[in-house]
Design a protein around this ligand. Structure first.
Ligand SMILES: [Zn+2]
Length: 108
C-alpha cells in the first residue's frame, strides 16, 4: 500500500483513538469497574448502567484501533490477518481498523 494512503488511515485511526479515549475519561469509573464481572442490572443508577455499556462498546473499539496502529508500525497495515491477502481499500475506507479481507470477513 502507498505510504500516502497509510498515512491517511493512520491519521483517521489516531483521531478516532483520541475521541474514544476522551469519551472513556468522561465516563465515571467506580472502584469496582471490572472487565466482564460487572452486572449492569445490579447497579441502581440507570445512568451508570448506560455509561457502563458505552464504555464496554468503546473499549473493544479502542483495542481494534490499537491493533491497526500496531500493524501500521510493523508495516503490515492492510494485510488480512487470516489469509495474508490484501484488505481492499473500500473496506478500509469504511472501517480503517479492519483486520480481515472481504472473503475472510464473510466466512466469520
Ligand atoms: Zn483474508
Amino acid at each position: 500500500m502507498e505510504n500516502q494512503l497509510i498515512e491517511k488511515f493512520k491519521k483517521r485511526l489516531e483521531k478516532a483513538k483520541r475521541e474514544i479515549e476522551s469519551n472513556l475519561k468522561i465516563l465515571k469509573k467506580p472502584p469496582e469497574f471490572g472487565e466482564d464481572t460487572v452486572d449492569a442490572e445490579s447497579f441502581e443508577s440507570q445512568e451508570f448502567a448506560n455509561q457502563l455499556s458505552v464504555a464496554q462498546t468503546l473499549k473493544p473499539e479502542l483495542e481494534e484501533i490499537d491493533a491497526a496502529l500496531l500493524k501500521i508500525s510493523k508495516n503490515q497495515y492492510g494485510v488480512c490477518e487470516k489469509c495474508g491477502g490484501d484488505i481492499s481499500l473500500e473496506i478500509l475506507e469504511v472501517a480503517p481498523e479492519s483486520r480481515l479481507c472481504k472473503n475472510c470477513k464473510r466466512q466469520k
